[in-house]
Design a binder for this molecule. Structure first.
Ligand SMILES: [Zn+2]
Length: 222
């Protein structure tokens, strides 16, 4: 199995799905083709909510060989099915309803590092970017900076998640206290609208999509 010629390094908090899209673009091949080479049916499987749908052992080996990324780094980014409805991810247990199928994005992060999709953005409780104190985008309306309240629980969760998710291979002492915060989040809170698709035109220029006429933009949006 040959590695790809161009192998973008994966960012500390970058999602595997985002890295696959970036790598496909860098190598001028379609994301679908890259996922087939990893013996996945579809790039969608690399969204965290779907990680449990493939055989992770083979996948880690294939991803490692194609992109020369350390296996432990790949494993640290994989969400696995734990007991019943829980998903284990970065050492934390999440109710599966807390994982978004489509990430929200921080517009300022996207300006600084275009095409980089962070793992954190897939989490329902993660509603603003800790780095920029900016509400993550789901709609086209202008985003307003949010005031940070130091003792606000959701702020604590977000700051802790950012630290943990940005330290692959390393489960720091915050994991336990963060787990307690997650467990005390109101579970039956109405799920925020995450049905809006990731803006893919910024990830993959339209002209490149047309090279693969069997592909449909919508395939990447849910
Ligand atoms: Zn940001």
């Amino acid at each position: 199995m040959k590695p790809y010629l161009i192998r973008p390094p994966i960012g500390p908090s970058e999602s595997l799905y985002g890295h696959l899209l970036r790598s496909a673009e860098a190598n001028l091949v379609s994301p679908l083709r890259v996922s087939h080479r990893l013996q996945l049916m579809h790039p969608h499987q690399l969204k965290p909510a779907n990680h449990a749908t493939f055989v992770t052992g083979n996948f880690v080996e294939n991803y490692h060989r194609r992109f020369k990324i350390e296996q432990k780094t790949i494993r640290s980014k994989l969400a696995t099915k734990a007991c019943s409805d829980k998903i284990s991810w970065h050492g934390l247990l999440f109710d599966s309803s807390l994982i978004r199928s489509t990430p929200r994005i921080c517009p300022i992060c996207q300006q600084a590092t275009p095409n980089l999709i962070k793992d954190q953005w897939y989490l329902e409780p993660y509603i603003f970017c800790h780095e920029h104190i900016y509400e993550l985008a789901i709609h086209d309306h202008p985003q307003m900076p949010l005031a940070l309240h130091s003792r606000d629980m959701i702020s604590e969760v977000i700051i802790a998640l950012d630290e943990i998710f940005s330290s692959p291979n390393f489960l720091n002492k915050r994991v336990n206290e963060t787990q307690n915060l997650i467990d005390s989040l109101p579970l039956h809170r109405q799920k925020l609208d995450s049905s809006v698709a990731t803006e893919l035109s910024s990830l993959w220029p339209m002209k490149q999509f047309t090279l693969f006429s069997n592909m449909n933009l919508r395939n990447f949006s849910s």
